[in-house]
Design a protein around this ligand. Sequence first.
Ligand code: NAP
Length: 292
Amino acid sequence: MSNAKIIDGVVVSKQLREEVGRRAAALTAKGVTPGLAVVLVGDDPASAVYVRNKVKACEQHGLFSTLDRMPASVTEHELLTRIRQLNEDPTIHGILVQLPLPPHIDSHKVIEAIAAGKDVDGFHVANAGALMTGRPQFRPCTPYGVMKMLEAYGLSATGKHAVVIGRSNIVGKPMALLLLEAGATVTMCHSKTVDLSSLTKSADIVVAAVGKRNVLTGDMVKPGATVIDVGMNKNDDGKLCGDIDFAGVSEVAGHVTPVPGGVGPMTITMLLVNTLESAERAFRDGTVRPTT
Ligand code: NAP
């Protein structure tokens, strides 16, 4: 029997996106429309879908977006040149280069080429460092979305033991830092962790960001814990599923996120929030020109 309350990412997203729409309209009325530049290299179908959804979300919520589609054969130099142009463009407040990039392009170099003040993904070392030192400018969208979900359901992390499974630069590490910032005692786990279960069993909050099915099962969860599933995998029927055994975990946990309909929608929502806040900041600082 399922005991857990569902943390609904679609509902939380809707509320946040409505607020983005209101604030974007207010800024537009002052002559500045928040602008996001998206750069897609190559023809990876999954990347094309993500990019399309990001551009569509901008259109629906009063932001404007540009989309640069570059062939997989583009040189690193050409890509860096385009990023520098976008850095200088006063109508653009956020730049997103869709990852992964083709192997001949150094992703690290590309991310570092984006102006830190427009790095709405929060992957630039300056933004990673700002987060690390407790003065975040752009929080990476997926973990930021997780924090907003906890907040929306009144699930404070203060004083809680949080276990983050996964230590990537885009999810696991910033997730741990945001939970730490929120007052949690954080344990980070990864593929070399010995006896994962003994750690998750003592956790009040578990965030699974691995990319493998059934990494977390019901017997690994403390009764009443909050379980956040960041994973995106395919099940045997080819359908989208997360990292956790949803049915088993739901019997034990207090709150759980589903896949789909959990963290996924929040990632794009937080991209809109970061772009809007970048435009608002630039407007306050007087570093933008009116776009109308
Ligand atoms: P990643 O870079 O591949 O990192 C996966 C992490 O999982 C690594 O740190 C790895 O450890 C760890 N790991 C692998 N097997 C493990 C195991 N058996 N037990 C414990 N830890 C294990 O992946 P990512 O980019 O962080 O993404 C993680 C998942 O989230 C993927 O499914 C991705 O599609 C999904 N995702 C979803 C969203 C969204 O919007 N919902 C956004 C981003 C990512 P090592 O470091 O030791 O290798």
